[in-house]
Design a protein around this ligand. Structure first.
Ligand SMILES: Nc1ncnc2c1ncn2[C@@H]1O[C@H](COP(=O)(O)OP(=O)(O)OP(=O)(O)O)[C@@H](O)[C@H]1O
Ligand SMILES: [Zn+2]
Length: 753
């Protein structure tokens, strides 16, 4: 395998001590084979086991093996190129093979690739590919009841029993379904079973996922859409790895275009995977899919029940889930024949996983597509500089949709200069914005106010002593959530009640909220527009799919006049009656100034703006800003996303910043401040050097305390084409890090906190 070193190690070598077992194996007939088994544990590599002749397993098979004193599940891996075997006598036996389709070679290569790229142990990556261990067992048929024919003689048929037999007819039903449908108590069914009227039977295994029909209801595509769709269909039909960047203005109908590519994948009998950044909020997307294909897709995200996970995982492995829509973890599902991967809103930072195995799902989607000989489509109105650069270099194809669908115009974007027309004291909405809301509501249209901050106020300050309410576990202010009467840390979840007095100086009624969150804007709007029906959309008010669907319904059916929301309102929504978008603080994302602050702000504001005027009525957007001349604002006002990216490239290219160079971060953390600092210093002293390489830091992280851990950061910057992983591996090998310190490796970091 690529990454780990597989020095003579066996389950026994490392775990015998722990389990207190003697290191000797039982004698076995010669017909046994030696096989490497990768376990879903953070180990350096696969362990060797002996495969007894009566256990049928091949590379990819899921197997049970002894590990220390217990049994573990693993995957038979591929024989290493340079075997460095441990003694035959010390091998332990594979216990059994699981009745599940073996892991395909392409998924095994993917696990290795992700491990080598991210420096995560291969077993930690494998763990993501074994996310539903119970799916490896044969699906159990559910027990139910059938009617006995002919009914035994002399058994009394009450009205209830007759109803139950009528409800049952010729089918097999579960007891609870039957009782409900016949309107009888379970006791009635027990009596019927005792007297032989009904008998146990197995329910037929229902197809968990109906096949989406590629011809069910395809819309008439516009000329531009049809051309783009043809390009993607051809790409799918070539059955080889290709990446296409599908770039179209907001509301141009990109979704319909890639749904067409999914239809082509279905016709080819292959599977399609769609990655969405916020699957829980994608209710409009799901109903659109169902309309187009006459059946829902399979879903994959962290909130599925374990039963649904099991059924879905198994269906994917058996090729029974033709289209799967999921969060980033769906990349590790066992598709046997993946023909297409779509990454929608490819610019979204939500695709970066920050804990555990640190990977970027967009980038790994490209890798998975390559290893599966599949087409890959990256979709966005505001693509990342990474993807645009790849397209310009010819590594990706690029297809564009320059206009909105159905003749809708793009919204007009204007700045409100807060220096010239400030809000009243203690308020946050300027006169031009409130006037625009007024006009919009008068016309019976909907308005949306965007502020990317949850809660009431981001900072609570004591007027008497100047104390700022801070999280005890993090370098962060506590955010007031007035509705719940508490202060919360948005990093670790710490909450405390709002107190009448200052914790520092004891002064009473001296605490004042500083700055707005969406709750505070809602309060201001309630004051200004008491009649308007309002809806706050933030992750705490829209916690899941049901709430998102209900919010979307209320907006579509015009039960809402004014929407106040955080970044969740920027995502893909299509609200035909929404014509005004007001951005309360357009400068917000520019503070802090990490590498991509400008790009991200541009993308976010462009996406929010894109919610306005998507149907007949024209839309407009007002950006409240203190710096209307900032390049980001200027580009938004000129509607010049391309120009912005070009300028951004020119800034990053000379210094070899991504995507013109590579970055990798080391985050050193410990509950003990001194230990973290010392380890960071040692890593700094051992830092690699050379042409085209630079190490920045160590320095305390901006979030120098997070969940009670003290944090320091180092950043490796390398020119494109340098072997970053090998450099990192050498570097880490040089430094002994004590057990109470964790060093997290983040290749291609997105966050610098
Ligand atoms: N060919 C078509 N026929 C009928 N309706 C269409 C067609 N194409 C797009 N639409 C409709 O136009 C609207 C906008 O399309 P869609 O949401 O796909 O745009 P988008 O490019 O994904 O936008 P965004 O990037 O802003 O999310 C949707 O309501 C969609 O159903
Ligand atoms: Zn905290």
């Amino acid at each position: 395998m690529a990454a780990p070193d597989r020095k003579a190690r066996s389950a026994q070598d490392t775990l015998a001590l722990e389990a207190g077992e003697p290191a000797s194996g039982r004698a076995r007939p010669a017909a046994s084979r030696r096989v490497p088994v990768l376990l879903p544990l953070p180990l350096e590599g696969a362990y060797d086991y002996r495969l007894p002749p009566d256990v049928a397993a091949e590379p990819g098979s899921f197997v049970e093996v002894p590990l220390g004193g217990r049994t573990a599940l693993g995957v038979v891996w591929d024989p290493p190129e340079n075997p460095d075997p441990i003694a035959e006598s010390r091998l332990r036996d594979v216990l059994a093979a699981k009745p599940a389709p073996p892991m395909t070679p392409s998924l095994r290569r993917f696990v290795e690739w992700v491990s080598a790229y991210t420096l995560a142990p291969p077993g930690a990556v494998l763990r993501m590919a074994m996310s539903s261990p119970s799916a490896l067992d044969e699906p159990q048929a559910t027990g139910g009841w059938r009617a006995v024919h002919p009914p035994p003689e002399g058994v009394r048929l009450t009205a209830e029993r007759t109803r139950a037999l009528a409800a049952l007819g010729e089918q097999v039903m579960t007891g609870s379904d039957l009782a409900r449908e016949a309107g009888v108590l379970p006791g009635v069914l027990r009596g019927m079973a005792n007297s032989g009227l009904i008998a146990p039977a197995l329910l037929p295994r229902a197809a968990a996922f109906p096949r989406p029909d590629p011809e069910a209801d395809s819309p008439l595509l516009s000329e531009a859409q049809a051309e783009a769709a043809r390009f993607l269909r051809d790409s799918v039909a070539r059955r080889r790895f290709e990446v296409t960047l599908l770039q179209g203005v907001t509301g141009s109908g990109k979704t319909e275009v890639y749904l067409d590519a999914i239809a082509e994948t279905l016709r080819a009998g292959r599977q399609a995977l769609v990655l969405l950044p916020e699957i829980a909020l994608s209710t409009q997307w799901l109903s659109r899919f169902e309309r187009r294909f006459g059946a829902p897709p399979a879903l994959w995200h962290s909130e599925l029940s374990s039963r649904t996970r099991r059924v879905t995982w198994r269906a994917v492995a058996e090729g029974e889930a033709p289209v799967l829509v999921g969060a980033r973890s769906a990349l590790f599902l066992p598709f046997p024949d993946l023909g297409l991967i779509v990454v929608d809103e490819e610019h979204e930072t939500a695709f970066k996983q920050e804990d555990g195995v640190t990977y970027h799902a967009r980038d790994m989607a490209v890798v998975r597509a390559r290893l599966s000989e599949a087409a890959c489509v990256l979709v966005s109105a505001t693509p990342s500089l990474e993807s645009v650069t790849n397209a310009e270099a010819g590594r990706y194809a690029r297809v564009q949709l320059p206009t909105r669908h159905g003749g809708a115009a793009l919204p007009e974007i204007r700045a409100v200069d807060l220096r010239a027309t400030p809000p009243e004291r203690g308020r946050f909405l300027s006169p031009p914005l409130t006037a625009a809301i007024h006009e919009t509501l008068e016309r019976g249209e909907q308005a949306m106010l965007f502020l990317n901050r949850r809660g009431y106020a981001p900072l609570t300050l004591c007027r008497a002593c100047g104390h700022r309410m801070q999280c005890p576990n993090c370098t962060a202010w506590l955010v007031e959530h007035r509705a719940q009467r508490r202060l919360a840390c948005h990093h670790c979840g710490h909450v405390e009640p709002v107190r009448p007095e200052c914790v520092e100086c004891g002064a009473e009624h001296s605490l004042v909220p500083i700055g707005p969150g969406v709750e505070r804007i809602q309060e201001e709007v309630a004051d200004l527009f008491p009649e308007a029906r309002k809806l706050v959309m933030a992750s705490d008010t829209i916690p899941g799919p049901a709430a998102a669907a209900e919010a979307a319904r209320r907006i579509e059916e015009r039960e809402v006049d004014l929407i106040i929301g955080t970044q969740i309102v920027a995502k893909g929504w299509h609200f035909p009656h929404l014509t005004l978008v007001g951005v309360v603080d357009a400068d917000l994302g520019l503070a802090g100034g990490d590498l991509r602050a400008g790009e991200r702000t541009m993308q976010l504001l462009h996406q929010v703006a894109g919610r306005a005027g998507r149907a007949e009525a024209p839309g407009r957007v007002l950006l409240q800003t203190f710096s209307p001349d900032h390049p980001v604002m200027a580009a938004l006002l000129r509607d010049d996303f391309e120009g912005f990216l070009a300028a951004e490239s020119e800034q990053r290219r000379p210094g070899h910043w991504p995507p013109f160079g590579r970055l990798a971060a080391l985050i050193v953390s410990s509950e003990e401040a001194r230990a973290a600092e010392r380890a960071a210093r040692d890593l700094g002293l051992a830092a690699p050097s050379g042409d085209g390489l630079q190490v920045l830091g160590p320095a305390p992280a901006p979030l120098s305390l997070l969940r009670g851990r003290h944090r320091h950061r180092l950043l490796l910057k390398a020119e494109r084409g340098m072997p970053v992983q090998a450099i990192l591996r050498d570097w880490l090998n040089k430094v002994e890090v004590p057990g109470n310190v964790r060093v997290q490796v983040d290749v291609d970091p997105v966050s610098f906190l």
